[in-house]
Design a binder for this molecule. Structure first.
Ligand SMILES: Nc1nc2c(ncn2[C@@H]2O[C@H](COP(=O)(O)OP(=O)(O)O)[C@@H](O)[C@H]2O)c(=O)[nH]1
Ligand SMILES: [Mg+2]
Length: 361
């Protein structure tokens, strides 16, 4: 399960959005998706395609993909040097797959702003600077360690030292590691260090009940400059709707009264999937109709391995159906009669929207 970490200045609305995402999930699905503890929650990924597929198999249980959301408190100006909760936020960020950078875009005299005024560009920079400083510290510490090894002539150490020098220079100049276009090999060298600015980031503009405003437009501009994505969320409104609505239908009705076609959870999950390069395939084995997210470029046996190691280790072939064609046919039986089930081998790359039946020895 992929995890998303909510990061941002105090009073940006992180906990509010955390509640919107996790309690929406808890109410929508029948089983207890919920907050694991006050800062870690699991939400089902809203997926209209799964709903439609499920309509072909109404007697089976619908099992959506899940996403973990982490509410990471404590990032304040100077946190990298130990201000506020100091370094506590660090290990939390290291553990997530992507960062949701929550930026306060609502004016409210009753909610204090850490610097007194709303200036999203400056607010974003405060947060990003802390992450860069932390990475600089991590990289420099590693360099001190690896330098000795490199001096003994160790070839791998020299390679790493060269990479570290390059990163230290870039990060020191304010460039996040994710912007450096590192190779897969270079990234794998950094794996143990798990640098914060190497993680993909999505900007979340938290607006008041009216939605888009000049501040959220400024967030969009910053995101565009960075080549990053952004989502506008009316955090407090979404949290209130998620808590008030009993069930999916009522929630949709509440949201549409506010001119919202989709919940924050649906929009954020979609943006996060794109950010993490995920595609979704589906199965209807046994008693379940289920969605499975995998990285783009995943082969059929690797995808099978996500479900069960036998599907990978004893993979024979995968019967692949196109979800839209299956829905049009009305059943897999009819689809088979139409000759529209593809037999895919080991090298087949799973596509978004594939419905797969694995056959193993
Ligand atoms: N007026 C207004 N207040 C909000 C909005 N979103 C959050 N808040 C309030 O701002 C305060 C801080 O929010 P919180 O989620 O705790 O921020 P965090 O410190 O980033 O976790 C709380 O009192 C929220 O109710 C919003 O869209 N409009
Ligand atoms: Mg909070």
């Amino acid at each position: 399960m992929k995890s998303l970490g909510l990061v941002g200045l105090p009073n940006a609305g992180k906990s509010t959005i955390f509640n919107a995402l996790t309690s929406a999930g808890a109410k929508v699905e029948a089983y207890p998706f919920c907050t694991i503890d006050p800062h870690h929650g699991v939400a089902p990924v809203p997926d209209p395609r799964l709903d439609r597929l499920h309509s072909l198999f109404p007697d089976k249980k619908k099992v959506p993909a899940t996403i973990e959301v982490v509410d990471i408190a404590g990032l304040v100006k100077g946190a990298a040097q130990g201000e506020g909760l100091g370094n506590q936020f660090l290990s939390e960020i290291r553990g997530v797959d992507a960062i949701l950078h929550v930026v306060r875009c609502f004016e409210d005299p009753d909610v204090a702003h850490p610097t007194g005024t709303l200036d999203v560009r400056r607010d974003i920079e405060i947060v990003e600077t802390e992450l860069l400083l932390k990475d600089l510290e991590t990289l420099e510490r590693r360099r001190a360690h690896i330098k000795k090894l490199a001096q003994t002539g160790d070839k791998e150490a020299r390679k790493e030292l060269e990479l570290l020098e390059r990163l230290i220079q870039a990060v020191g100049a304010g460039t996040p590691i994710r912007a450096l276009g590192l190779s897969v090999d270079e990234l794998s060298r950094l794996k143990d260090l798990s640098p914060l600015t190497a993680k993909p980031v999505l900007y979340v503009a938290n607006t008041g009940d009216e939605g888009e405003n000049e501040h959220s437009r400024a967030v969009a501009e910053v995101a565009r400059e960075r080549g990053a994505g952004w989502v506008v969320i009316r955090g407090r409104l979404e949290a209130e709707v998620a808590e008030a609505a009993e069930g999916e239908e009522e929630r949709r009705a509440f949201l549409s009264e506010w001119g919202l076609a989709e919940s924050a959870l649906a929009r954020l999950a979609r943006a996060a999937y794109e950010l993490l390069d995920l595609v979704t395939f589906y199965t209807f084995e046994g008693p379940e109709v289920r969605a499975w997210p995998v990285r783009k470029g995943t082969t059929a046996p690797e995808a099978g391995g996500v479900i069960h190691s036998d599907f990978r280790d004893r993979f024979v072939l995968a019967e692949v159906m196109d979800l839209e064609e299956l829905l049009a046919a009305g059943s897999d039986k009819v689809l088979r009669e139409q000759g529209k089930i593809t037999r895919a081998g080991r090298d087949y790359l799973v596509r978004d929207g594939d419905v797969i039946h694995f056959i193993c020895a």
